[in-house]
Design a protein around this ligand. Structure first.
Ligand code: AP5
Length: 214
């Protein structure tokens, strides 16, 4: 299965990706995770991406498209993949269409998460991630057993740099301007599937599986 997770920051794309990857046995390709890893490792790409991710703006298309094109050619993508955070602009969606055509593939579904503004802000500002293993928590919705400590590996929890109120507001604004137009783009293509992602994660997951198949 080849699918795209579409939705505003904090909609629950990463949360559902963990479940979908396990269910369908395909890799999650998160452009946000790729940038954060490169920033942490101080690579050239990381240095270029940092100023954009930290301020909540989109990394320029030319830095994203080639990176995804290369990643999709790796062996683990042969039977499908789950794109999380890409495409994010019409130009990226058009470039992605060309990649699919070149690889003789088709996109099965665009899973679109619908969530209101207040919920997004509450989810983003309350998110905490494990520094060691990357596990995700929420201070109210999914708190760890011991405050600030990962249940899975005992690592320290931290807040993502772009999850402050000010940067989260900027990210949602950028989503509305640059990414929301993809809803119409994929509606026209016939691949869009809408989900109410205000619900509990288990319920959202069950609805996605019911829609896209076992
Ligand atoms: P990226 O990492 O893609 O971030 P994002 O799209 O802003 O999405 P998030 O990871 O913040 O949210 P999510 O939807 O995954 O929510 P989550 O499941 O964690 O991008 C970061 C930056 O990288 C961008 O700003 C940009 O600069 C750059 N970038 C990346 N891709 C790019 C591209 N293609 N082009 C250009 N630039 C790019 O959930 C959030 C919280 O809510 C968690 O705490 C979770 O526990 C909780 N939660 C989740 N679901 C539920 C639920 N159903 N009920 C209650 N709580 C829930």
């Amino acid at each position: 299965m080849r699918a795209v997770l579409l939705g505003p920051p904090g909609a629950g794309k990463g949360t559902q990706a963990v479940r979908l990857v396990e269910k369908y046995g395909i890799p999650q390709i998160s452009t946000g995770d790729i940038f954060r890893k490169n920033i942490k490792e101080g690579t050239e790409l990381g240095k270029k991406a940092q100023e954009y991710t930290n301020s909540g703006r989109l990394v320029p298309d030319e830095l994203v498209v080639d990176l995804v094109a290369d990643r999709l050619l790796q062996d683990d993508c042969a039977n499908g993949y789950l794109l999380d955070g890409f495409p994010r602009t019409i130009a990226q969606a058009e470039a992605f269409d060309k990649m699919l055509e070149k690889n003789g593939q088709k996109l099965d579904a665009v899973i679109n998460f619908e969530v209101g503004y207040e919920t997004l802000m509450e989810r983003l500002t309350g998110r905490r991630l494990c520094k060691a293993c990357g596990a995700s928590y929420h201070i109210k919705n999914f708190p760890p057993k011991v405050e600030g400590v990962c249940d899975k590996c005992g690592g320290e929890l931290e807040q993502r740099k772009d999850d402050t109120r000010e940067t989260a507001e900027k990210r949602i604004e950028v989503y509305e301007e640059s990414t929301a137009p993809l809803i119409e783009y994929y509606q026209k293509a016939g691949t869009l599937r809408n989900f109410n992602a205000e619900k509990d994660p288990a319920e959202v997951f069950a609805e996605i599986v019911a829609e896209i198949g076992e």
